[in-house]
Design a protein around this ligand. Structure first.
Ligand SMILES: [Zn+2]
Length: 116
């Protein structure tokens, strides 16, 4: 059986963040929020995220200003990393448990009740 694993960096645009002073531009500029993270995966479904960083980017020069996750949670409500990227590993474990329940408990019962 071929097992596929790896990791890659992802970014998710979270919308406008209002005007902030940009030290590169030297004036007030519109900024937008973005979450950057690395997702690791085994067989696509088993996923987990690390290096989660929120930042406000200048729309003109793309200068990055780190922001606290609490700030983003207060603005947008909760973590902005997709559920499957955060808890895919949990879905993988539940799926494995269900397969084992079927294989060791339900399948023998079905086979015992089946006509020969
Ligand atoms: Zn700027």
């Amino acid at each position: 059986m071929f097992i596929h694993w790896g990791s890659h960096a992802l970014s998710r645009h979270l919308g406008p963040d209002g005007e902030r002073y940009c030290t590169t531009c030297g004036v007030e500029r519109e900024h937008y929020l973005q979450v950057d993270y690395r997702v690791h995966y085994i067989m696509i479904l088993c996923r987990w995220a690390t290096e989660i960083q929120y930042a406000s980017y200048c729309t003109y020069c793309e200068r990055r200003i780190p922001v606290y996750p609490d700030y983003v949670a207060a603005e947008l409500g909760g973590s902005q990393v997709p559920w499957l990227d955060r808890y895919g590993w949990l879905a993988c474990i539940i799926f494995s448990i269900l397969i084992n329940i079927w294989d060791h408990i339900l399948a023998p019962l079905v086979a015992a009740g089946a006509p020969p």
